[in-house]
Design a protein around this ligand. Structure first.
Ligand code: M6R
Length: 364
């Protein structure tokens, strides 16, 4: 049942305020403003390294969490796509933990990477949406992301629920390792509790994004750039666009543009610039200006102040509510998803069942 929406993807995008709030409620104690994890979770004090692995969009959620675990928990992170990790000769550490992320819990490569880590003595945890899945069964501890069933092949609400689960795990890790103060934990929990409202606000930009998507639909290629936690969001934006609209799209770390990709910039190449007002804002904006100086069509995705500061000469902009800077990916997921969605509906592609793709990839 699409509940009045044209596609499951649209329904699932709009469900996000609710399912994110639900996932957060599994982890957060709002009275104490602290995070709590399920029993038997990692002994973060003892961990000497955390290996994170997944495929596709779930991998990008993992990549965002790398920044969180490093900053809040000072935990060394190893991260790779599962199809590589499973065949690498990883020098596993003695007190290592491994964290696998999967909506379906049935992705063949992720399951194989989990078994490899397990065989090498790692403590295994999984962030999964389907509690009775293979990955959930084989993990020592499950971190639930209660997104509810996701039908659209393009992952949307599962991604944002993965993000908030991972943020809670990283906050708890920081507290246990003594690298995050009670004060900082409170501030982050406050930021998390605001997210459902901010996501609902971000959804209000639908009409504006639909208008922009009508132009994007004419492009033969689109770039996405971002820095820090927005770098994985650039990768996610590009994946979302290519999988449902069939337009060639690439995501880059903003600083990598001048190491090659900038050669492709001309007046026909739209570039989505994911630039929340965080510590990297100025740097990302200067990359955007380099693009504009080469006649590139810059689409600035930022907050009201960010657009006021840097949007004047951009081709277009999408206003996104201001968030805690480290938690911006959860809110910025919304414009990224809607841009892909409306580009696909403009082109008339099969949004929920894109060609050549399956919802659950159970073969390698
Ligand atoms: O079920 P999983 O989370 O393990 O699936 C992983 C990927 O196959 C999945 O995220 C895929 O990349 C999506 N179609 C992206 O929208």
């Amino acid at each position: 049942d699409k509940e009045g929406h044209r596609h499951f993807m649209a329904k699932e995008i709009h469900e996000q305020p609710e399912v994110i709030a639900h996932t957060i409620s599994r982890y957060v104690d709002p009275a104490e403003m602290t995070v709590r994890l399920p029993k038997g979770a990692f002994d973060f004090k003892k961990l000497d390294r955390l290996t994170i692995s997944a495929c596709g969009t779930a991998y990008y959620a993992g990549l965002v969490s790398k920044y969180w675990f490093e900053k809040w928990a000072r935990l060394p992170i190893e991260i790779d796509v599962a199809s590589e990790l499973r065949y690498r000769d990883v020098p596993w550490t003695k007190n290592g933990g491994a964290l696998f992320i999967s909506q379906s819990g049935e992705t063949a490569d992720t399951l194989a990477a989990l078994r490899e880590a397990c065989a090498n003595g790692q403590q295994i945890a999984a962030v999964v949406n389907v509690a009775e899945s293979s990955i959930a069964r084989e993990a020592d501890v499950i971190f639930p992301m209660t997104a509810g069933p996701e039908i659209g092949v393009a992952s949307t609400k599962a991604f944002t629920c993965q993000l908030v689960s991972l943020a809670c795990i990283a906050i708890a890790a920081g507290r246990e390792r003594g690298t995050l103060s009670a004060e900082e934990e409170k501030e982050l929990v406050g930021g998390l509790l605001e997210i459902p409202r901010l996501v609902a606000e971000a959804l209000k930009q639908s009409d504006k994004i639909e208008a922009i998507a009508r132009d994007i639909a004419k492009a033969t290629g689109v770039f996405y750039i971002g820095r820090g936690v927005s770098y994985p969001m650039a990768l996610e934006g590009a994946l979302k666009l290519k999988e449902i609209s069939y337009i060639h799209a690439e995501g880059y770390a903003a600083g990598e543009l001048k190491h090659g990709p900038i050669a492709l910039i001309d007046e026909n190449l739209p570039i989505a610039v994911i630039a929340p007002m965080d510590a990297h804002f100025e740097k990302t904006v200067s990359n955007m200006q380099e693009v504009m100086a080469r006649d590139g069509k810059a689409l600035l995705i930022s907050c009201k102040d960010g657009i006021a500061a840097a949007g004047a000469r951009a081709w277009a902009s999408i206003e996104t509510p201001k968030t805690h800077p480290m938690l911006a990916p959860v809110v910025y997921a919304v414009p990224v998803q809607l841009l892909a969605y409306f580009t696909a509906t403009t082109k008339g592609t099969d949004v929920d069942q894109p060609r050549n793709l399956a919802k659950s990839v159970t073969v390698e």
